[in-house]
Design a protein around this ligand. Structure first.
Ligand SMILES: [Zn+2]
Ligand SMILES: [Zn+2]
Length: 151
């Protein structure tokens, strides 16, 4: 009997919907740009068995639909954030690799532009140590810095 079974069973569809909801939830709850591996880590707390391939696929779909936008960091995998937020900039921690949102803008920025130039957009990315990494650096001695970085 030639079956024309749908490629996706109702169960698969249900699981996909749930995974997608969980991943959106991670972005909404954390309110900072997240890399795919961070999304996996955060979503796995609620959804054991979630794999990185699903995270990539869902992020790609959400980006295609315009729900997410990517935030590029030179030499790093892209981060993603919810689209349509008010104008803001980013702070990238060099130690824990987390990215944070900075409210507001640099008022001096306009003064750098020659009067004959027309600005369309700008990106500001500030590198440094987040508060918890800066604090950890202070309590540890300088020699303690030799701890091998986890990748
Ligand atoms: Zn940090
Ligand atoms: Zn700005």
């Amino acid at each position: 009997m030639p079956s024309s079974a749908p490629s996706k069973s109702p169960q698969t569809f249900h699981r996909n919907t749930q995974q997608r909801r969980q991943i959106r939830d991670v972005f909404e709850r954390n309110d900072r740009p997240l890399a795919a591996d961070e999304v996996l880590q955060l979503a796995q707390q609620k959804m054991a068995g979630l794999g990185i391939a699903t995270v990539y696929r869902t992020i790609k779909a959400l980006t295609g639909e315009g729900w997410l936008v990517s935030v590029e960091v030179p030499g790093e995998p892209p981060r993603y954030e919810i689209r349509g937020k008010v104008h803001h900039h980013h702070f990238h921690c060099l130690k824990c690799r987390r990215m944070f949102e900075l409210e507001g803008c640099l008022e001096q920025l306009g003064k750098m532009i020659p009067p004959s130039f027309r600005v369309v957009d700008h990106v500001v990315l500030i590198y440094g140590l987040c508060s918890s990494c800066a604090r950890a650096g202070k309590t540890r001695s300088v020699r303690g810095k030799r701890k091998a970085p986890k990748s």
